[in-house]
Design a protein around this ligand. Sequence first.
Ligand code: G1P
Length: 276
Amino acid sequence: MIGKCLFPVAGYGTRFLPATKSMPKEMLPVVNKPLVQYGVEEAIEAGMTNCALVTGRGKRAIADHFDISYELEHQIAGSSKEAYLGGIREVIERGVFTMVRQREMLGLGHAILTGEPLIGDQPFGVVLSDDLCLNRGGSGVLAQMAALYEEFQCSIVAVQEVPMDEVHQYGVVAGTAERAGLTRVTQMVEKPPQDEAPSNLAVIGRYILTPDIFDIIRSTPPGRNGEVQLTDALQTQASEGRVLAYQFEGLRFDCGSVPGFVEATQHVFEHYYGQE
Ligand code: G1P
């Protein structure tokens, strides 16, 4: 069973300036819950209670969020307001949170490698909290992927079909059908121009990675935008038939963009708020 999940949370969030000038983008609330908490809840639901945060400067609010706030607890103890803390209290009790700082932003691959001391030699999940994934009434996306891992014991990336004029924003995969909704990946390209994309199957920010990925990243040169890309490292595993792409059940919102964030907010307000 996979017990650990890595959260790269060192990015700047420039698309949300000025909101993210002194506040981590992962703390932006979708209705009343910070984005990163949705991701952590999804990991815990999947059994990955050990949450490894790859943070950076200016991200202390994230570490504080997953710790007890004694002043606040004291202030509202015994009042009706205590109920508002219920969800996060449960997360803090069930999860173990470890942190390492990424000193320089050299790409997603580099962020993953920075988390190696927190993960060690075992398969692990990865959540990019910009991608908010919800599956009302069913298992979360990471739990779906963890179940697949039990069956196939190889790296798995979550994918979704996107319009061709959006493929340049994503890692894009192609391969052969393993079964409905599951592709054995042969090719992975990071943010290809539309005419070079091998398909319209885009990688969404949920991964299960086998630990040999760390050594592969170490020997992966910088790729698109001069950054060390996880997609390029995964291509090495894919060439050996060791990556599956999974078209998950549920909805995904691109909360790294303002329109996606607003859409997510509307959706959560309509379908979840006040119903927990
Ligand atoms: C990252 C990955 C990309 C993936 C995307 C999903 O890109 O590099 O392959 O498709 O996340 O959100 P980013 O959006 O961080 O630039």
